[in-house]
Write a protein that binds this ligand. Structure first.
Ligand SMILES: [Zn+2]
Ligand SMILES: [Zn+2]
Length: 330
């Protein structure tokens, strides 16, 4: 099992474009148009999220008082499947190209990803590349400078900022749009996401262990979906507000252990924004990082290869230069 060590920080993929970030900030400051005019509320999305959360609460109530144990276990497994499809697939493989995958891994990750129902991978990865390149500016889809609610879910309830659209178009995403596995997902996205997320999840508990169809739909369907959405959203919200910044004090992303636990390993966010190429998205390899463990299992099976990591020496140099003790050593 070989890992490729990235030796120079210049080799990092999706490092922030510092000059462009300054440019965008200067333009935003000079603008007199309010964000509300630039990004009107999309009421259809507000209603959709409100109803979805209501359905999730019904599912939570049923899960606490009426569900069978097998349904709860099934829901938990499906939650992990949804998460791994987002973290291992959309995020670490396709957004960052932090490891390479043969077709079995690609197909599994794409299939798992449809359970998470967070837009197709091409759209997800494009948004995410914007987030890394222009972090905390108007070109960042979930700009944390706009507050906790906006970066969590608010950004999905308003029109995209014109700067996100404009800058997003300058990104090269041909590696995504030319990928046959992603083309397939895009073509059949809605039927696949609805079938996997809500129909399959209702039929299995009902058919195999006699759960009511209502419980199956609201627990394994809605509750699992709402929980999975919110823990993913926490990477954009909580992990940009609460936690330590050992690797770069000047950026908003933090090390947030709660987010690591709930997302299967995506809470090492100060590290991840500093070293976006590292497939572990954390200095601490497999600790509270089930996504890394699963990718390593895939590697042992020969399905993935060329997992990129950053050497301890570079990490130490980064901490000394840009971490909390920055200034003391000079
Ligand atoms: Zn990322
Ligand atoms: Zn981030």
């Amino acid at each position: 099992m070989s890992c490729t060590t990235v030796t120079e920080t210049e080799e990092q993929f999706l490092t922030p474009e510092l000059k462009q970030i300054e440019e965008i900030r200067a333009v935003s400051k000079s603008k007199t148009v309010s964000a509300r005019d630039l990004q009107p509320i999309v009421w259809r999305n507000v209603a959709k999220f409100a109803l979805l959360h209501l359905a999730g609460l019904v599912g939570l109530y049923q899960a606490i008082f009426y569900a069978k144990w097998a349904t709860l276990l099934f829901t938990f497994v499906l939650f992990c499947v949804s998460q791994f499809g987002a973290t291992g697939g959309a995020h670490r493989l396709w957004s960052h190209r932090s490891f390479k995958a043969h077709w079995p891994a690609k197909v599994i990750l794409m299939y798992f990803n449809t359970f998470s129902f967070q837009n197709d991978i091409i759209e997800w990865a494009r948004d995410h590349r914007c987030h890394h390149k222009w972090t905390d500016t108007d070109a960042d889809p979930h700009n944390a400078q706009r507050g906790l609610f906006y970066s969590h879910i608010g950004w999905l309830m308003v029109k995209k900022h014109p700067e996100v659209i404009r800058r997003g178009k300058t990104l090269d995403i041909s590696d995504l749009t030319n990928d046959p596995v992603l083309k397939f997902q895009r073509k059949y996205y809605l039927p696949m996401a609805i079938f996997n997320g809500f129909i399959f999840t209702t039929i299995v508990p009902w058919y195999f262990w006699g759960e009511t169809a209502f419980n199956a739909l609201y627990i394994a369907g809605f509750l699992r979906y709402v929980a999975s959405l919110n823990v993913t959203f926490c990477v954009n919200s909580l992990a940009h507000f609460i936690g330590y910044k050992p690797y770069d004090l000047s950026i908003s992303p933090t090390e947030n252990i709660m987010t690591s636990i709930t997302t299967m390993g995506e809470g090492g966010h100060n590290y991840h924004h500093t070293f976006p190429q590292d497939y572990r998205t954390s200095e601490f390899g497999r600790f509270a990082n089930w996504t890394t463990i699963l990718i390593d299992i895939f590697a042992a099976l020969g399905w993935v290869y060329d997992r990129k990591t950053v050497s301890n020496e570079i990490i130490a140099r980064q901490i000394a230069k840009h971490g909390p003790n920055f200034g003391h050593s000079h």
